[in-house]
Write a protein that binds this ligand. Structure first.
Ligand SMILES: Nc1ncnc2c1ncn2[C@@H]1O[C@H](COP(=O)(O)OP(=O)(O)OP(=O)(O)O)[C@@H](O)[C@H]1O
Length: 335
């Protein structure tokens, strides 16, 4: 049996806007196992970060309902002091933007040392420095002694992201959430950072949630994939199934909207993810973006169906979905 590290059960994360609460994460259930990368993909606004922040307990004002079981302990409603003990230790997160995640006034040794100190108060200064150097070596930073003395603005974007990763892994986390860890980096550095995350999984058996827009990254890194749309998981499957036999119209549209070998037309997904207040809460949330599909194809209250073992799809519209004919104007040539 898989070694389950995290089990999210029927999670709702709602934000208050004016006098009402609106769910940005709506009845999400998923698991993450040890030594596994679960990718979460979806367009901007689909609720990926809201989900990650809920798991980390980083929302100040949101209403969180449901369960987030980390090693069988429910994190929802856990006192802050207990959550703080887990965060940065067994649970850790790599944020999107290394510049805002680092303190501009602290040198690199102190930034990494601070996280170690939080959870190992008795470690001597000397031992702490040794650990910082170890970590900098582990994330592939050259001349670690020298880098220790430097400040974030003196480092390149790739180096700063490595420092962020060093902080995230300082206490050997069992679960690591990486929220768009390479968005701010150029392509060659991206590949190095992804290799580094992959190494962590293999060397430390960390369970990793990787949040990304980039399907190329998913194909390379993920073991399983959850596709989110408008706050809900619309498809969940192992990475091979998802790329080879995708079912949900949204997943298929995403896959058709990136260039592929042998494909000379790209699909354009009409419209955008609606804002939180305007999310359709009834029926299939993706329906309005595939208007050529007859309304009767959708379930009234779409559920997540297990169509094959461990392959889940929301709504039955996948059975009827087809891409529109070219003359309907939803596709265009790549060149
Ligand atoms: N603190 C907040 N208060 C109100 N609404 C919020 C808050 N945080 C997020 N939202 C809204 O919740 C929805 C989901 O946002 P979220 O940031 O989780 O999306 P995302 O999929 O991570 O997007 P991106 O890829 O751009 O980071 C969006 O409509 C967003 O505007």
């Amino acid at each position: 049996m898989a070694d389950t590290l995290l089990e999210v059960k029927h999670l709702n994360t709602s934000f208050r806007i004016n006098d009402n609460y609106y769910a940005a994460v709506d009845d999400v259930s998923l698991t993450v196992n040890k030594n596994e990368v679960l990718a979460i993909v979806g367009e901007s606004g689909s609720g990926k970060s809201a989900l990650a922040f809920s798991i980390m307990g980083l929302h100040n004002r949101a209403k969180i309902e449901g369960g987030i079981f980390f090693k069988q302990q429910d994190l929802v409603g856990l006192p802050k002091s207990k959550l703080n003990k887990l965060r940065g230790d067994e649970l850790s997160m790599i944020f999107q933007d290394p510049l805002t995640a680092l303190n501009p006034l602290m040198n690199i040794e102190d930034q990494i040392g601070e996280t170690i100190l939080l959870h190992h108060k008795k470690l001597s200064r000397k031992k702490r420095k040794e650990r910082v150097i170890d970590l900098l070596n582990q994330v592939g930073i050259p001349r670690p002694e020298q880098i220790c003395e430097q400040f974030p603005h003196q480092l390149s974007g790739g180096m700063r992201q490595r420092v962020i990763i060093a902080i995230a892994i300082a206490n050997n986390p069992e679960l690591l959430i990486a929220d768009e860890p390479t968005t701010a980096l150029d392509v060659t550095i991206q590949a190095q950072i992804l290799d580094l995350i992959q190494d962590l999984k293999e060397s430390m058996h960390t369970g990793i949630i990787l949040i990304t827009h980039d399907l190329g990254v998913v194909a390379e890194m993920a073991d399983r994939v959850a596709v989110m749309y408008a706050g809900q998981i619309v498809e969940l499957a192992d990475v091979h199934t998802l790329f080879e036999k995708p079912l949900h119209p949204y997943t298929r549209s995403l896959l058709h909207s990136v260039p592929n070998e042998g494909q000379d037309k790209l699909h354009v997904i009409q419209g955008i993810v609606p804002s939180l207040q305007h999310l359709p809460r009834q029926g299939c949330r993706f329906a309005e973006r595939i208007p050529w599909l007859d309304g009767s194809a959708h379930e009234e209250n779409p559920e997540l169906h297990e169509v094959k073992p461990d392959h889940f799809v929301r709504c039955t519209c996948y059975r009827h979905f087809h891409f529109p004919a070219e003359r309907e104007g939803w596709t265009h040539g790549i060149s």
